[in-house]
Design a binder for this molecule. Structure first.
Ligand code: ZN
Length: 118
């Protein structure tokens, strides 16, 4: 067993469990405002998201943050969260990606096309 204790938190969007410091806490303060709590110490109800653009976009769009914070986000809040997400890298995406890569089909006819008269 490892002796080092690392606090773990779950991203409210992708449900991945990560070390707390790898996540960003969003907090609903006692005043009812929504803040990005980068130090993870602000008072209030918190929710965690990965440092992943896709998670922020999804959480804002799908209302996961509202659900996790038990708060209604205003349009301004959503915009702020969205903006914050835009500066994050789109890394470590665990969402299933659509595989729409075109299949490579061997092209025929190249050899037969040119008939050199001679
Ligand atoms: Zn996530």
């Amino acid at each position: 067993m490892t002796a080092k204790h690392v606090p773990l938190r779950t991203c409210v969007q992708c449900r991945q469990v990560r070390a707390k410091r790898e996540l960003i806490r969003i907090v609903r303060t006692p005043q009812g405002t929504i803040e990005m709590d980068e130090r993870g110490k602000a008072a209030g109800r918190g929710a965690y998201l990965c440092r992943n653009k896709a998670c922020w976009e999804g959480a804002v769009r799908q209302g996961r943050l509202e659900h996790a914070l038990k708060a209604k986000l205003s349009a301004a809040d959503k915009e702020r969260l969205w903006e914050y997400g835009q500066q994050l890298p789109c890394v470590d995406t665990v969402l299933p990606e659509a595989t729409d890569a075109p299949e490579t089909v061997g092209e025929e006819g190249d050899q037969a096309a040119a008939t050199v008269p001679g």
